[in-house]
Design a protein around this ligand. Sequence first.
Ligand code: HEC
Length: 179
Amino acid sequence: MSRRPLAAAAAALALGLGAGGCTALDNAIGKVPWFTTMQQQVVVRPFEAGALANGAQRMPVPGTVPITGHEDSLDILTDLRNVTNPVGRSAASLERGQLLFDTYCIVCHGPAGHADGTVVPKFVPPPDLTLDASRQRSDGYIYAMIKQGRGIMPKYGDKLRGVDRWNVVNYVRKLQGIP
Ligand code: HEC
């Protein structure tokens, strides 16, 4: 007889757990200060700004890229011509820009931008980047050419990402003799 209330309580508990999961019980226990539950922890919830002072959402971990969506296609003449170059022409930027230019661009544009790359005799010659017409282009225009290409110039936006595009812009500027 004396065991009956205990059995009833156990059954009620089991029913409670089965019906409502642990949350209701856990919430109830959490109201008793003596029980320190996992409710009392520092939690950053999805889309919460976390530590960013400006209220922006958390940035992706450096070196990672989204696997869904795509970058907008921008019109070279209207959308990007006036974009300001955010990367200063530091020695480090120029060094990185040269490495990338010598990797991707040199075959057509040549080591100094004079359109004398190794494939040019077998291909359509590109413009000499050091002539006035190209020198007068804006940084944003060159950025867009790198990102999207045009005509028979391939796009390099899938190979050069983020500030690396601006590093190449900076190096092209150096080849053009623009400080
Ligand atoms: C396969 C050859 C080829 C490669 C590689 C190449 N380009 Fe070009 N580039 C061209 C051709 C051809 C044009 C002319 C396209 C047009 O006017 O439609 C051009 C145009 C340009 C222009 C525009 C010049 C102007 O004044 O309008 C820039 C800037 C440029 N390229 C920079 C680069 C950079 C930087 C790279 C490397 C990331 C690169 N190109 C790689 C062939 C190439």
